[in-house]
Design a binder for this molecule. Structure first.
Ligand code: CA
Length: 617
């Protein structure tokens, strides 16, 4: 570009910056770029290159470098920086010297923090999450189904193979998700998984800064978030701190011997996270839980290594700032070093106070689950700083509630017992309530394909406390048992692939039974959106009797009566037992059957069915 200034021609030369292209010695720099204007000014660059730690480094801006750190592997150099508040340039130059002779210059980009609104908004009880696996949802770009750079090729006939779904497919179906009634989308990991096989799930990350090319590009991810925000939908990123993939580039040349937990023979986690609280736990059980590998292809990262901890924390901040995401779901929360996780969560919330973090605390008991929630009064003083936890105890209770015979403790009594222990949580509203998810048997299969059991479960899920999460395909009665094959319960959404014989994204492509359950879900979801009494109202419930569970949600303005009749016959409910609430009301409107309830003294209940009654004075 040529410009004229004071009659003199000045030649401006634009140089393209890329950490991948410029160098001889330096092979990688991570993070690949950074941001100015963040609350936290410090940054630690990881520079990888042949004997890079034997070089001296200087910067063209005085005072930016505050120190360097080295490990026993000379191919890594960690440079500590402080980004000045008033940095007015976007390229910072680092010169590398050998024997006082300049060998190489690294041009490092610092972008200003994005100040647009509508980013990093977080989610709460008014929201409903739609959980999807990108490989199995919608294939919007068949040209990226395979990549020359990736080992595993597409194989749609293999339940455990890659099927070709991608980011473009999700963008194409945003209207479907919004129309269904969800407000927030949790997408299982999209980052590169360059493993030989079984990569579609995304939990064996081989590059923490790159979207898997079979899902699209980093730019496609930003496009997805931007498109979602335009439609008033929010995006949750699935973050994995506990382990990386065995195909990660650093596994060939580890930054430090203690970067991952290493064993002579493959050593698996015992997956018993209860040992963290168990007063009688043995050393070996604790060690295996935290330091064992999650799977053969998932090396266990050692977050006690401060350089790795920094790396992982910065990586999450980078994605939040780069893509503008609204929430994070942390995979395998209790398996990582818990102090590092607490530090990670605090740093994120200090920088992005409105963003929401969910921790996957997959435990059977409420006492064990509650330990992992922010501000919990724990016996050892531990505070995870993670506000929302997954409510697995509730999931198991729901599964059993509508399958078992009613008794003092079993059947629908389970819902009562679970909620009666909510005093164990610092905030029981900050729990994710789900019927199934990507690791569990599909709820329609758990319910032996009984659509009435599913309707009862949906009515409960959408009216109890917490934040509901719907696994893609539950709304069209997807089936599959976890113990048979994960790849089957995570099967393709019909209509997501060009040439699919049925398109269940459309009303015409659904069977009558699929339409019935989709509409049942959608009806309550649409209603729920407009009901603060369900989002934040108080809950009062009554001990189930005669296989019928009754509870109310109420606030200053509204009162909702929910009745779950788990009997296979119609019932007449005499309501004098509930007079402490009903004394104030004369009639109601059941939003499930869309009918007026004139007589609140005796309510006719449908067989194996739910009523959600808006009470009227
Ligand atoms: Ca594709």
């Amino acid at each position: 570009m040529v410009v004229k200034k004071n009659g003199v021609l000045i030649l401006l030369i634009f140089v393209f910056i890329s950490v991948d292209l410029f160098s001889q010695v330096i092979k990688k720099v991570e993070p690949p770029f950074w941001f100015s204007g963040l609350q936290e000014k410090s940054l630690q660059l990881m520079v990888y290159g042949d004997r890079i730690s034997t070089y001296d480094v200087s910067c063209n801006i005085a005072g930016i470098i505050t120190g360097t750190a080295k490990t026993e592997n000379p191919n890594y150099l960690f440079i500590d920086l402080v980004i000045p508040k008033d940095l007015n340039q976007t390229i910072v130059k680092f010169d590398f010297y050998k024997n006082k002779k300049k060998v190489e210059t690294l041009n490092y980009e610092i972008k200003p923090k994005n100040k647009e609104g509508n980013r990093n908004r977080g989610f709460a009880n008014e929201d409903v999450i739609y959980l999807l696996m990108p490989d199995r949802f919608s294939n919007g770009d068949v040209t990226n189904d395979n990549s020359d750079k990736m080992h595993e090729k597409a194989s749609r006939n293999n339940p455990d193979g890659r099927h070709g779904g991608d980011i473009k497919g999700i963008i194409n179906q945003l209207d479907y998700i919004k129309e269904f009634g969800a407000t927030t989308i949790w997408i299982t990991p999209l980052l590169e998984n360059n493993q030989p096989k079984y990569t579609y799930h995304g939990y064996a990350i081989s590059n923490y800064y790159q979207v898997d090319p079979r899902f699209g590009t980093n730019e496609n991810y930003v496009e997805l978030v931007t498109n979602a925000h335009q439609k008033d939908l929010k995006i949750i990123m699935d973050v994995v701190l506990n382990h990386c993939g065995s195909g990660h580039w650093w596994m060939n040349d580890l930054p430090a011997t203690d970067w991952v937990h290493q064993y002579d023979d493959f050593t698996r986690s015992n997956y018993r996270s209860e040992v963290v609280q168990d007063p009688y736990a043995s050393m070996i059980d604790k060690k295996l839980q935290n330091d064992g590998w999650f799977d053969m292809n998932m090396p266990d990262l050692n977050q006690k290594n401060k350089l790795l901890a920094n790396y992982l924390i910065q990586n999450t901040i980078w994605w939040i700032e780069y893509a503008g995401i609204d929430g994070i779901r942390l995979d395998t929360q209790p398996y990582s070093d818990k102090d590092m996780v607490a530090q990670w969560a605090k740093r994120i919330q200090d920088e992005y106070p409105s963003l929401t973090i969910i921790g996957e605390a997959w435990l059977q008991e409420i006492s064990h689950t509650a330990y992992w929630q922010k501000n919990e009064l724990n016996f050892d003083g531990y505070n995870s700083n993670i506000p929302v936890v997954t409510d697995f105890p509730m999931h198991y209770a729901i599964e059993n509630a509508f399958n078992e015979e009613h008794s003092w403790t079993n059947g629908i009594s389970r819902l009562y017992y679970i909620l009666s222990q909510d005093f164990l949580y610092d905030n029981p509203m900050n729990t994710i309530v789900f019927l199934d998810n990507h690791d569990l048997t599909r709820i329609f299969s758990s319910f032996d394909k009984d659509i009435n059991k599913l309707k009862l479960a949906i009515a409960f899920q959408l009216t109890t406390r917490g934040i509901p999460s719907v696994f893609y395909g539950t709304e069209i009665l997807k089936e599959g048992f976890a113990h048979e094959a994960h790849g089957i319960m995570r099967s393709d959404f019909p209509g997501g692939w060009p040439g699919d014989s049925k398109n269940a994204f459309t009303p015409e492509g659904k069977t009558d039974q699929q339409k019935e359950i989709y509409n049942y879900y959608k009806n309550i979801l649409d209603w729920r959106k407009t009901k603060p009494v369900i989002h934040s109202g108080k809950l009062i419930h009554f001990i189930p009797e005669n296989n019928i569970y009754v509870y109310f949600r109420y606030n200053e303005n509204d009162c909702i009566m929910v009745i779950l009749n788990n009997n296979s016959t119609q019932q007449t409910l005499k309501t004098n037992h509930f007079s402490e609430i009903l004394i104030n009301y004369k009639s109601g409107f059941d939003i499930v059957s869309t009918s007026e309830i004139q007589n609140l003294k005796e309510i006719k209940l449908p067989a194996k069915g739910a009523m959600i009654i808006e009470l009227k004075h």
